[in-house]
Design a protein around this ligand. Structure first.
Ligand SMILES: [Zn+2]
Ligand SMILES: [Zn+2]
Length: 253
């Protein structure tokens, strides 16, 4: 399985794109500003989009991509998200004010089909099974465990402390865990109220994780990336822990 990191920042700036992962060229996991890095041809290859939650940094690339490929697309793109996220997309994005309603365009065969998913569902998308995982964030949010039969990885979505997650991971033993640590320990209060982890909160959470997968930290706030990683490494010397990098291509095989 090939996971291309088009964006993994908790903000924007030169060289920084927000959460966007492209899997095996055809499955998009969140649609942040990283979508901007795809050529027309690569956008046209995307068949399915799974969304963790409706925050702008995870969806903004989707409406812009649809407008870009609208004239050339051949078959509808399936978009999967929590029912409240689907409702928000319909009400607040595809409402003819913010953006055209691509759920009805073109009339004969709309360019997207919206699918409602929820925690506990297991989806079969292309050659993969995708488990929908619980998350803890101020808006309905899910994580995903993506398995191609040989390898698997987990993306937590944006999340704070999430005790429901760990028993599932102990059972399923993913090869890779991509997890949100947005803030340093100095910003503990902000992290807690905004539903993100700090290195210390991550350390407490990982006490519940029995296997020892590769761990990749994502959604770091611009400017404090190095400090977050120093704190993570100091607190978790026994874990295989790295920062997720934009432009990186992870191959699981
Ligand atoms: Zn969020
Ligand atoms: Zn976010």
């Amino acid at each position: 399985m090939k996971i291309e990191i088009l964006g993994c920042s908790g903000g924007i700036g030169p060289g920084l794109k927000t959460t966007t992962f492209l899997i095996d060229d055809t499955l998009l996991l969140d649609a942040g500003t990283g979508v901007e890095l795809l050529t027309m041809e690569r956008m046209l290859n995307i068949r399915d989009v799974v969304i963790t939650h409706g925050h702008l940094d995870h969806i903004i690339g989707l409406p812009l991509m649809l407008a870009t490929i609208f004239d050339q697309h051949q078959q509808p793109i399936n978009v999967y998200a929590h029912p409240e996220v689907i409702a928000a997309l319909e009400q607040h994005i595809f409402n003819w004010t913010i953006w055209p309603d691509y759920t009805r365009l073109p009339e004969e065969q709309p360019i997207i089909i919206l699918h409602k998913i929820d925690v506990g569902d297991q989806l079969t998308i292309q050659d993969k099974t995708i488990d929908v995982l619980p998350s803890e964030h101020p808006t309905p949010t899910v994580g995903y465990l993506i398995n191609n039969g040989q390898n698997s990885f987990v993306f937590t979505g944006d999340t704070g402390s999430n005790d429901k997650l760990w028993p599932l991971l102990n059972q399923r033993k993913p090869d890779l865990l991509i997890i949100d640590v947005s803030f340093t320990d100095e910003s503990d209060h902000l992290a807690r109220i905004s539903g993100h982890l700090t290195p210390s909160l991550l350390t407490q959470q990982l006490l519940q994780l029995e296997p020892n997968p590769r761990i990749a930290i994502t959604h770091l706030k611009p400017g404090v990336e190095d400090m977050i990683m120093q704190q993570c490494r100091r607190l978790l010397p026994e874990r295989q822990i790295d920062r997720l990098h934009q432009g990186e291509v992870i191959t699981l095989d």
